[in-house]
Design a protein around this ligand. Structure first.
Ligand code: 3H9
Length: 699
């Protein structure tokens, strides 16, 4: 049982004990009901307190139980809350730390609530694509008012208990405890003080009205429509709260339940729940236990003051960690520091950063031209030119000066981390830290594990990633790691689509309609088309039979590198980022088709999306079976946080499983027959073929 029962004098205390956050799984729900029954049966007990052990009152329904039989088994959360409401003795919720979702709904079912300051209170279900399904939309408006409740329910954002407690007239908390430490004693005393009160107060009996009902809810619907875009849940939250103001409590509750169940089955909710679990799972490395000792990182060195080096440095400065940037020339250092300043000043101007904070961050930054000044840093990240010879020189020098135990990281996006490690006498301390541009903004960090990388180095880097607010995903060593290796297949298809009859804008539009933040050609223009060009030239030597559309090379030969040269796949007006379809480029593509002897055909948006996305999926499956990624959720996290894959689709691997892997493979077989395509690229990865044949999904 994951709830404990104790009696203190004449008060029974039921303590939820289901780490890490006292999720209301079956065994905890059963524990509450059993505890209530015991307390009711014991004549010596006059009142009951429900609280949570450890760092939470409760984080809500157990997300890991969703979709399993356990979530359906009695007692469900409704039955638990009914049992609390119908108890013959007062039930007091003693709330601390985290009180969210079903946890808050449970508390709202209690007769009284006492809260410690500093507790995060929320109905965050909307972030999982659902709405509060155990009375939250009906009870919260009755205690904090309709508008405050709707804001909390639609945003899912936590509010601090002391803020709610300070609002005049609020009925969520009957009492605020002086501190988290005194909560237990204060809750017992409070329970004693209300032991004889009858009838017992119930939130469901409080009135729920909005003075300008229809107009207010119309306004709320319009607001939500603009914000929610691809997600149905926020609009349903408005419907449910409106029902609280217009229907009888029991009818409102039934309506909320119906909406909750319908939302639970939407692909958007499945995608968001997958994202929640995948994000947390990504931080765990199967063979690196969570209690692996970590190295102390107090000072960081960054080699290279270019765009990447500057962005990387800002992450650490933002987290209060001193950074020393090393360059070969003073001018390069000055330019780099000026860019960092400019970025911070822009944030100050927009009111996103206080002047004082900006100064504090800049005070943590130092610069040097000498490797000797890196001798006491704990972590050094190299962000120099992407060429093995340059990396070799850097790592040899680092090896010579860095203190024992310092972590030596490379920001390489494609090169072999094992080879880089071999330039040092301490390959166990070498790791890849692949940031994405702009490095101070993008959430993704690929942590590249070399064959010699020590476990404590990995554990340290994962912890540091959390500190600098990155989503870290571990990748093995291969060309392009997880993200760039897959994007190559996607770009290959984008190129073939041009050869076959599409324009760049048609391809971009189709995939942007699917939900990508940016299509492949707008993305190429933003990142710089010359980067892919350099990689293709290298590949041409390594893989001479590689098949791809030559339009990308022709574009670069025209000097159209993208936004930075004012022209790429699109035209750009000076100082603007709007992509304008280019006649010159369209003509280049047409001429190329003629040279190939291709008669252009009309390609449907559906085919465009399938080819681009399934190309990612097939490569993802290879990455998974080679062990480059340890879980399919890791691949999804890379694409959701680093490549603009639509959140409501849950990442390429999750999306493929939703479509059905059998269907994916059937489409791939069709694409393989296209003579203008690369049939080899469409040979299903053995893992994909196996799962498809077995009717299974990616795990
Ligand atoms: C709901 O309640 C539905 C009802 O309305 C109706 C039902 C009928 N369940 O985030 P962290 C785990 S829907 C199970 O890294 P933090 C999490 O997976 C639910 N597990 O820590 C991780 O486990 P692991 C509404 C949960 O300190 C560990 O806790 N509630 C749950 O940064 C640590 O998580 C929510 O949506 C859960 N409900 O933040 C709350 N919550 O170590 C969502 C967390 O094995 N949760 N875990 O990977 C959160 O917002 C944050 O996790 C929280 C802690 C603020 C609680």
């Amino acid at each position: 049982m994951t709830a404990e029962y104790q009696v203190h004098g004449d008060v029974a205390v039921i303590t939820l004990a289901n780490p890490p956050v006292n999720g209301l799984g079956l065994s905890t729900r059963q524990g509450i009901v059993d505890g209530l029954a015991k307390a009711e049966a014991d004549a010596a007990v006059k009142a009951i307190v429900i609280t949570g052990a450890g760092g939470a009152f409760s984080g809500g329904a157990d997300i890991k139980e969703f979709g399993t039989d356990k979530s359906l088994q009695e007692p469900n959360l409704h039955s638990v809350i009914n049992a609390v409401e119908n108890a013959g003795k007062p039930v007091v919720a003693a709330i601390h730390s985290v009180c969210m979702g079903g946890g808050l709904e449970l508390a709202l079912g209690c007769h009284y609530r006492i809260a410690a300051p500093g507790c995060s209170v929320a109905l965050p279900e909307v972030k999982l694509g659902i709405l509060p399904g155990a009375g939250g939309t009906q009870r919260l408006p009755r205690v904090v008012g309709v508008e405050a409740a709707l804001n909390m329910i639609v945003s899912g954002e936590p509010v601090k208990s002391e803020m709610i407690g300070a609002v005049p007239g609020q009925k969520l908390f009957d009492k605020m405890a002086a501190s988290a430490e005194s909560l237990a004693a204060e809750a017992l005393a409070f329970a004693k003080s209300v032991a004889d009160v009858r009838p017992l107060p119930l939130v469901r009996n409080l009135p729920c009205k909005h003075p300008e009902g229809d107009a207010y809810f119309q306004f709320a619907r319009n607001m939500v429509k603009g914000m929610a875009k691809n997600f149905p849940a926020p609009a349903k939250c408005v419907d449910a709260v409106e029902a609280a103001t217009k229907r009888k409590f029991a009818d409102g509750l039934a309506f909320e339940r119906e909406l909750f169940i319908n939302l639970m089955w939407t692909p958007e909710s499945r995608a968001l729940r997958h994202l929640f679990l995948a994000e947390r799972a990504a931080s765990k490395i199967p063979d690196v236990p969570s209690d692996t000792p970590k190295r102390d990182v107090q000072k960081v060195g960054v080699i290279g003051a270019g765009t990447m080096g500057g962005g990387i440095s800002m992450n650490f400065l933002n987290a209060g960690i001193p950074v020393t940037i090393l360059e070969t020339k003073q001018e390069a250092l000055d330019r780099g520091v000026a860019t960092i300043r400019k970025n911070y000043e822009a944030q100050v101007k927009k009111g996103k950063l206080k002047q004082e904070k900006y100064e504090q961050r800049m005070a943590l930054l130092s610069t040097t031209l000498s490797y000797d000044d890196l001798k006491d840093v704990d972590l050094v990240i190299e962000a120099v030119f992407e060429e093995m010879g340059v990396k070799e020189a850097v790592f040899k020098q680092l090896d010579a000066v860095a203190k024992p135990g310092a972590i030596l990281a490379s920001n390489t996006s494609t090169l072999d981390v094992d080879q880089i490690a071999s330039f040092t006498k301490r390959p166990q301390d070498v790791v890849g830290m692949h940031f994405f541009s702009p490095a101070n903004v993008m959430k993704l960090l690929e942590v590249v594990r070399g064959k010699a990388t020590a476990k404590d180095v990995l554990a340290t880097v994962m912890a540091i990633a959390k500190k600098i607010k990155k989503t870290a995903v571990v990748s093995g060593v291969c060309d392009g790691f997880i993200g760039n290796r897959m994007i190559e297949r996607y770009s290959q298809q984008a190129g073939f689509l041009l050869d076959e009859g599409c324009t760049p804008q048609q391809v971009d539009k189709a995939i942007e309609k699917f939900g990508f933040a940016m299509g492949p050609f707008r993305m190429g223009d933003l990142a710089g088309n010359d980067i892919g060009w350099a990689i293709r030239k290298r590949r041409a030597v390594e893989q001479p039979d590689m098949k791809y559309s030559k339009t990308a090379d022709l574009l670069c030969e025209m000097g159209r590198f993208g936004q930075k040269t004012g022209a790429g796949w699109y035209d750009y007006q000076a100082g603007k980022r709007d992509a304008i379809p280019s006649d010159v480029v369209n003509k280049m593509i047409e001429d190329h088709r003629k040279a190939l002897g291709v008669t252009p055909r009309k390609v449907s948006d559906e085919e465009i999306v399938q080819r681009l996305v399934y190309a990612l999926v097939n490569e993802g499956a290879k990455i998974l079976e080679e062990g480059i990624a340890s879980k399919s959720g890791d691949i999804d996290m890379v694409y959701l946080t680093g490549y603009g894959f639509p959140i409501h689709r849950g990442g390429p691997m999750h999306y493929a499983s939703e479509v059905g892997l059998f269907n994916v493979v059937e489409s791939m077989k069709r694409f393989a027959k296209n003579p203008l395509d690369d049939a080899r690229a469409w040979t299903p990865a053995p893992l994909l073929a196996k799962l498809a044949a077995e009717g299974k999904a990616f795990q």
